[in-house]
Design a protein around this ligand. Structure first.
Ligand code: AGP
Length: 608
């Protein structure tokens, strides 16, 4: 997703813009650019491809006296990847960058053409910035121009805009797409997320919809929709600069996989007191839980897969019906929601457009909402009725790993909390489960010891173009996440399948040597899984079996076996996640893929 950085202060702006854009690379992009006031005019430098291409074009710009500027990494939505379509856009008077999608850009084009405007690019952004320019020529007031433009624009946006007549100022506003304003000792920043400014400040204020922020060298002013001054409180992120660095690892992804024991422990242990869940959620008293008709979990990608694990845990421990849905489906199918339901939104970034829309739909129907989110102060966290933060720290790699592990760990704790309230588990069982969960990090640590075994299997898998992942029950949910991890970073086509369903058609795709990864941690269906493995092996498949240490496996069941640490079965996905992620990681490394920034992907999908 696009990244925005802006700076105005008492030091050179260009190095801070490039530094900020580098920190935002993880969001995913295909071109970059900056704008600054230099030599008495607004200047722009843009380059498609990696940030190094832009940095090379900025090399000869001394930057002395340039103390204000805006920068952007573009994830193309309207218009091909090219220098001219890169941001910033505008003219000599008004220049800006944008994250989001302008839905009525054709209408804006037609209107601006009647006012004499022409366009250099194919982008919706250029139309929006020139609309701001037009309104500025009419009002002479940047704040009013921005607010009137917001009234005319349909769609999502985060804008950072400069005006040549106000060279030291930056004007910002947003709708749906995230934007933060951050004061520091060296000047004022605007950014899509806090990671872009962590080297200078940990303070931030979220710009709310309808507000305009005006950054000058030594102040940030906020204006409401009707132009009144607004005072905002600054929050301080718990994240520190080191947390957003690679710390000697080859990639952020491998670093973040290795952080799993620590962040899982750091997320659940503070919420377990006297071996009982301590969630401090007034929304979820025992009475409220007992009245829940149905839980709906809406999320995307990995977060949705975590929701599936949560479903199995809640239904097993609390016997409350749980429906898990892809947020982009949930938001448009007019779901049947009742006020005594509960909607849980899961999101690492807290900014995913579809998940945010699902939240807003639930609230519009009067259904209580609980967010399970990693990024402090993000939109989903702020708009939900209650939030349970995962404390995974910044997750920089596009492929989500530690966030998945802390999401399922927190969902386990929530399911224990529900089970205790429903009386479907005894107090003794509650305490035992909490104790096991509080010590889960030891088992995860042990599963990281399987890295070399995963790496050796990756050397085989890298040669294949199709891989199947199969499982039953929660192992099917695990297969879905393992398949996503593998395909999104190695570009090998992968398909997760319910093991019992294969024989109803898909097994026709199995031929000699086809890799099949089988998860068999559910004891209740273990024998069935062994039969399903035999079905594919008898047709030539090469099977990798993930199975708990203590399970007896019939002779000649699989070609490779990864034995997982014997954590209590219900928590087994916590131990299987890391090896599955490592398998994907080493396969992608073997193939020379861009592990942390896979092609076409964005870390936070803030557009539909
Ligand atoms: C996971 O590896 C992917 N990067 C992607 O599926 C991601 O989980 C999804 O876009 C949801 O993001 P969120 O958790 O920030 O809402």
């Amino acid at each position: 997703m696009c990244g925005i950085i802006g700076f105005t202060g008492n030091e050179k702006a260009i190095p801070k813009l490039v530094e900020g854009l580098a920190a935002l690379e993880y969001r995913g992009y295909d071109s970059a650019g900056v704008a600054y006031f230099g030599g008495g005019i607004l200047q722009t430098v843009k380059a498609k491809g990696r940030l190094t291409n832009l940095a090379a074009r900025l090399e000869n710009i001394a930057g002395e006296g340039i103390t204000a500027g805006i920068g952007h990494t573009r994830w193309a939505t309207h218009g091909e990847v090219s220098d001219v379509n890169s941001h910033p856009h505008g003219n000599q008077r008004t220049c800006g960058v944008h994250n989001g999608i302008i839905e009525n850009y054709s209408e804006l084009s037609a209107y601006l053409e009647t006012e004499g405007y022409t366009f250099a690019s194919d982008t919706d952004t250029e139309r929006a910035i020139l609309l701001i320019d037009f309104l500025y020529t009419r009002t002479g007031d940047p704040v009013r121009a921005m607010q009137e433009a917001a009234e005319r624009i349909k769609g999502s946006f985060a804008f950072a805009v400069m005006f040549s007549e106000r060279p030291d100022s930056i004007y910002a506003m947003r709708r749906d797409s995230p934007l933060l304003a951050s004061p520091s000792d060296v000047g004022m920043f605007i950014a899509s997320d806090i990671s872009a400014v962590l080297g200078y400040t940990r303070r931030f204020a979220r710009i709310e919809e309808g507000e305009v922020a005006v950054l000058t060298r030594d102040s940030i002013e906020y204006y409401t929709r009707d132009g009144k001054r607004l005072t905002k409180e600054y929050e301080t992120t718990p994240w520190n600069p080191e947390a957003a660095e690679r710390g000697g690892y080859a990639h952020f992804m491998i670093k973040e996989i290795h952080e799993e024991p620590t962040v899982v422990s750091g997320t659940v242990r503070p919420r377990i007191r006297d071996r009982l869940p301590y969630l401090d959620l007034p929304l979820l008293t025992a009475e409220r839980i007992q009245s829940i008709r149905q839980i709906h979990i809406a999320a995307c990608g990995t977060a949705m897969h975590a929701g599936l694990i949560g479903k199995y845990a809640v239904e097993k421990l609390a016997r409350i019906p749980v429906n898990v849905e892809i947020a982009s489906e949930f938001r448009y199918r007019n779901p049947i929601l009742q006020p005594d339901d509960l909607v849980i939104l899961i999101s690492q970034s807290g900014e995913t457009a579809d998940t945010l829309a699902a939240l807003r739909l639930a609230k519009s129907k009067g259904v209580p909402t609980l967010a399970v989110v990693n990024v402090p102060g993000s939109a989903i966290a702020r708009e939900a009725d209650a939030v349970l933060y995962t404390w995974a720290g910044p997750e920089i790699a596009v492929a989500s790993t530690k966030a998945y592990s802390v999401q399922i760990a927190l969902l386990y704790l929530l399911s224990i909390h529900f089970g205790k309230a429903m009386g479907t588990i005894t107090e003794a069982e509650t305490r035992n489960l909490c104790e096991e969960l509080a010590n889960a990090h030891q088992y995860i640590e042990k599963s990281l010891g399987l890295a070399d075994h995963c790496r050796s299997i990756a050397e085989i898998y890298k040669n294949h173009r199709n891989i199947f992942f199969i499982g039953r029950g929660r192992d099917f949910a695990l297969s879905m996440e393992a398949a996503l991890k593998m395909k999104e970073i190695s570009y090998i086509h992968c398909e997760a399948y319910a093991a019992g369903e294969l024989k109803h058609g898909t097994i026709s795709l199995i031929e000699k040597g086809t890799p099949v990864v089988a998860f068999a941690t559910e004891s209740a269906v273990f024998d069935k899984m062994i039969s399903n493995i035999k079905e594919v092996r008898s047709r030539g498949a090469r099977v990798l079996l993930f199975v708990p240490e203590g399970y007896a496996i019939p002779e000649d069941t699989a070609d490779d076996i990864i034995r997982l640490p014997d954590i209590p079965e219900v928590f087994m996905p916590l131990c299987a996640a890391a090896p599955a992620q490592l398998l994907a990681y080493y396969t992608a490394v073997e193939l020379g893929c861009d592990v942390d920034k896979p092609r076409n992907l964005a870390k936070s999908v803030t557009v539909e």
